[in-house]
Design a protein around this ligand. Sequence first.
Ligand code: F6R
Length: 313
Amino acid sequence: MNPLDYRQWPTTSKSIYGSIKLGPIPRPSSILITGMGGSGIVGDVLRDYLGGRIPIHVVKDLTVPDWVDASTLTIAISYSGNTSETICSSLRARERGSAVIGVTTGGIMASEFRRLGIQVVQVPTATAPRFGFPQLLYAALSIIDDAVGVNGKEVEESIAAQEEALRDVSLAEYVGEQLLGAVPYIFIDSRVQGVAVRFKNDLNENAKTPAIVAPIPEADHNDIVTLMMRHSVKHVLIKAGPNPVMEAVESVFADFSADPVKLELKGDGLLAKELYGITLLGMATLHMAEKLGVDPVRTDPIDLLKKRLGRLC
Ligand code: F6R
């Protein structure tokens, strides 16, 4: 396992959060977060965390919904700054009157946005976009804090939760071992579903392993039926504190003799639980990569596809 980047996550998170200086942002009535893959996951996490307080819409596409207007704040996240979908959708949001702020390490986004007078938050680089998650997430959180306010204590707890996950390295390795050679079927409490999306992406990219995400309660109405047959999947059950629905699901798993890998997310509050899960499960996928003998950093098909697609707008 090469946990180097993960060990730096708490320090990076602390140094980014609050250090970002922006010009005035009009108070929005909704937030649109656009980004793909390792950048777009920031939107999933922020929707889980803040979606109950303010409408947060996540775009992983070239365009934006027709309701986007001057009352929407658009946060465009692209680690490289060169992802066409993110550039196109954010420019589309700008055409619709939305204030746009870019979060990137550089690339086309930094140069083109600056040329257009769009604010850009430039963050430090990492080994690959997904390992730059803390700088992207805490930069976006700082922007949202400026726009609508964020609970500082919850942000601190989320950094403490990363430290907690880094101490749980043997648990991470255990989870990784259980999933080797299988297709992980990830059942998760929907309040923290960003963790499962990120875990799937890390399984894909770090461990070159396919995975399925099944948020509960929706999965109670479809995915759960697959327990009636023995498929070559390995079930994972991710819990986020007391939830009678999750307990019922666990008991049905037992009745159908499914033996899932269970993980209870540690941490006070939703954001802390997300950061605990994302850090721990990311390390699990690095452990899998090592055991499978694959390079966790390389993502050749993504690179090839991006080259073939070129600029899409
Ligand atoms: C993650 C990764 C991809 C990229 C995605 C978007 O490490 O390599 O999921 O995050 O292709 O690219 P960026 O993040 O540069 O906008």
